[in-house]
Ligand binder design. Structure first.
Ligand SMILES: Cc1cc2nc3c(=O)[nH]c(=O)nc-3n(C[C@H](O)[C@H](O)[C@H](O)COP(=O)(O)OP(=O)(O)OC[C@H]3O[C@@H](n4cnc5c(N)ncnc54)[C@H](O)[C@@H]3O)c2cc1C
Length: 588
């Protein structure tokens, strides 16, 4: 893997004549040297004046998994066995072919077909072939429910690693993969249903098209909670579920956001006689006829455009009860916890992908006489982004490891995952947009242009913070866990205790968190601040224990001791930025 160590001199372009734009470009030796606009070679394809120089090579043909912080985190969390294979997937994700799939699936978004040519309702969504190509790989690589059907040490971590690597090409198609993965804990509350559907959700075969689910080679799952009058407040759901006397229920009502509506089965909340309950709703009934699932329209979304998000109406729609009647929230929260993990893993992956683009550009682009990567201020920006990315990755994989051990019966890890996932979801997802914007700026004007891929990353960036509990809701969920599940606080304390004493700044930050937690005044008002600090301490603990000193030092100085500005690129002097940048992904 190529690193970001400084180079002896500019690659390719020689400094040209004195440029007017030199003013303010640097304060050290060589500042003011101009940009080579004339060049000395290149093609004259367009016009005699048109010589292309100093443009970076395409960021393609690399191994997306060649990322030390990622590889180390995966190995640390018991999934070293998947690393060799992860590089294979990483090379596929970095290939021109896979990148084209991601691009096309977003450029040609899904189209709703409500009726067939004869006027019959079909409620189908047509996707570009590239969408199917990406899902085919995702399912084969086990991004669905495979950790549940092929369990073992590191199973969830290995999946998270593949998820983050493959997700580099497109986040949209990860949505049905997440929901398929996440549905299992909820489904297992009803063993009869789990016995039928779990093996199919854990299949490695992508079998698209609406057909009777049990006759298919593999299934995908979605979820329907959000309604017009409330998404966070799901208890305000008005969809009703009436027992039909044969053990099934009939649903009537609407949903306001139901993504990936071509999934085979959905976990849906509806009001049953004993209260809000969770139901498994198939799109095709056992007799092969369509279950009413009337898609009114697809959302015209900011990003996530490869994926369809729909507004379905249910009318006499069949559903089977999952979990106990009246305990719908409790049942579906098992699914939400897993999708939140994927939000954290996905956001960490998106940050890494944005950093890689920025680093690649800086390694190849010269300005004012030398490569951008050799400019002290650009090194500060890139190092700051690298620290953020590494902290996000470390926390994401610590959470995946906790889920893994919880799935094997470790109650302490389950308690840790309960609180730390909500805190991680709040903080890591909130950092994604800031990182992507800064990475885009590293590419200058080229980053603002669609072909660079950064605009798509930018449009995608806020989403993980919004769905599966928007920022405030997650912050409040951390408080709820602290109040109602004291074992989760103890698990976090134990985690922190393992790192205390190594860095005084970490110790001081933790004392502040303990102080925040003990303060009874206005906990809701202060929730974001408390949770942000908690998440930073958890990240600091991981970096102090496991990352190179340079990374931990930069993190503790800037994020815990406050020796930094509000923007990226404000790390203080005296840090070993060379060592930090050595770990940044940079393509070939
Ligand atoms: C692209 C996309 C796809 C989606 N796909 C699905 C899907 O497949 N299935 C599904 O069920 N849903 C889906 N959603 C819906 C998503 O989960 C909800 O939008 C989200 O949970 C927020 O709910 P809401 O939109 O009703 O906002 P609201 O609940 O109205 O919240 C608005 C704001 O108020 C804040 N807020 C809420 N309560 C409080 C409080 N007590 N104190 C302080 N602030 C508070 C929230 O944090 C948020 O910032 C999708 C959303 C998007 C954007």
């Amino acid at each position: 893997m190529t690193t970001l160590l400084p180079r002896a001199g500019p690659a390719g372009a020689e400094p040209g004549s004195e440029a007017e734009s030199g003013a303010g470009a640097g304060v050290g030796a060589g500042a003011g040297a101009g940009v080579d606009v004339a060049g000395s070679g290149g093609s004259l394809g367009m016009a005699e004046t048109h010589v292309v120089t100093n443009q970076v090579p395409p960021f393609v043909g690399h191994d997306v998994a060649a990322d030390p912080p990622l590889l180390e985190a995966v190995a640390r969390e018991n999934a070293a066995w998947c690393l060799e294979d992860l590089h294979r997937l990483g090379r596929l994700a970095g290939s021109e072919q896979a990148q084209r799939w991601g691009d096309e699936a977003n450029r040609y978004p899904p189209v709703l077909r409500t009726h067939d040519r004869y006027g019959n309702r079909i409620d189908e969504v047509e996707f570009h072939p590239s969408w199917h190509a990406m899902l085919d790989v995702a399912v084969r690589e086990g991004l669905g429910a495979v950790p549940w059907t092929e369990p073992g040490p590191g199973a969830h971590v290995a999946r998270a690693a593949r998820f983050t690597v493959w997700g580099t090409i497109d986040a949209g198609h990860l949505c049905p993969m997440s929901m398929t993965y996440a549905a299992i804990p909820a489904l297992r509350t009803t063993p009869e249903l789990a016995a039928v559907y779990e093996p199919l959700l854990g299949s490695r075969e992508y079998d698209p098209g609406l057909r009777e689910p049990t006759g298919k080679r593999g299934l995908l799952a979605g979820m329907g909670m959000t309604e017009k009058q409330g998404g966070s407040d799901v208890r305000s759901n008005t969809t009703t579920a009436t027992p039909s006397g044969d053990g099934s229920y009939r649903l009537r009502g609407h949903k306001w956001f139901t993504s990936a509506p071509m999934c085979d089965v959905f976990l849906v909340l509806a009001q049953a006689p004993r209260g809000l309950s969770c139901f498994l709703v198939p799109r095709v009934l056992p007799d092969g006829s369509r279950n009413p699932f009337r898609i009114q329209r697809l959302k015209d979304k900011l990003g996530n455009r490869s994926n369809a998000s729909s507004e379905p109406e249910f009318d006499d729609t069949l559903g089977w009860l999952v979990g106990e009647e009246g305990r719908g929230v409790r049942t579906i929260i098992g699914m939400v916890a897993m999708t939140r993990l994927d939000n954290v893993v996905g956001s960490a992956g998106a940050m890494r992908a944005a950093l890689a683009q920025a680093a690649h550009h800086a390694r190849h682009r010269s300005a004012f006489g030398s490569l951008l990567v050799d400019k002290p201020l650009m090194r500060n920006v890139l190092a700051d982004l690298a620290v953020e990315s590494e902290a996000a990755t470390a926390l994401a994989f610590r959470l995946a490891g906790a889920v893994d051990r919880a799935a094997q019966g470790d109650a302490g890890e389950a308690a840790f995952a309960r609180l730390a996932t909500a805190a991680g979801k709040y903080w890591v997802c909130k950092r994604q947009p800031a990182v992507v914007v800064e990475a885009m700026e590293c590419l200058g004007g080229n980053g603002y242009v669609e072909e660079s891929g950064l605009p798509r990353m930018y449009r995608e960036a806020p989403l993980n913070g919004i769905w599966e509990g928007s920022g405030n809701v997650n912050a409040l969920d951390v408080l709820r866990a602290m109040l109602r599940e004291p074992d989760s606080v103890e698990a976090v304390r134990a985690e922190v205790a393992a790192a205390l004493g190594a860095d005084g700044r970490l110790d001081a930050a933790w004392r502040q968190v303990e102080h925040d937690l003990a303060d009874p005044a206005d906990p809701e008002l202060r929730a974001r601040r408390t949770v942000e600090r908690l998440a930073l301490v958890l990240q600091g603990c991981l970096l102090v224990r496991h990352a190179p000193t340079a990374v931990a030092d930069a993190f503790c100085a800037s994020r815990l001791a406050g020796d930094a500005g509000l923007a990226f690129g404000t790390l203080p002097r005296g840090l070993d930025l060379e060592a930090v940048l050595e770990r940044a992904p940079a393509g070939r």
